[in-house]
Design a protein around this ligand. Sequence first.
Ligand code: FES
Ligand code: FES
Length: 163
Amino acid sequence: MNIKCNINGKSVSFEAEPLDRLLDILRDTLGLTGTKEGCGEGECGACTVFMNNKLVNSCLVPAMHLQDADIVTIDGLRDFDFFTSITQSYEENGAVQCGFCTPGFIMSTIELLRKSNGKVLTDDEVKSVFAGNICRCTGYDKIIKAVRQLLHTNIEIPKRFYE
Ligand code: FES
Ligand code: FES
């Protein structure tokens, strides 16, 4: 089937089988390798992307659901100031070790910053957004510290991520 959708602000069109995974389409068909595969079963969050402005595990999204969808992956964030602020905070707090989970955590961090809307969230509220992300290296404390730092600075997430 031919699929047309919007990925990282660009209109794209490609051929796929109905059950092909969004994760494979991103990485193998479109060369967007920032999104990682961990478990391949919807458990680890390494493959997290935004689809129609909601976080999804791209390993669980079949191609047949992609027609006209709006997808944002980590590869589409590089030019945004807020992305630099997030990566700096992760670096400063030692929240990246092997880095394999980091793209998924960054997508969830964006969700968290959208949710907080300027308010400082409790640790439990922070943890609930990260419930779908597994990190095998950091023990989570450093990631939460990085996010806490971000919640104390006024980071603006562009309107495009709310529509
Ligand atoms: S690779 Fe998709 S959730 Fe683990
Ligand atoms: S930094 Fe290695 S899995 Fe999270």
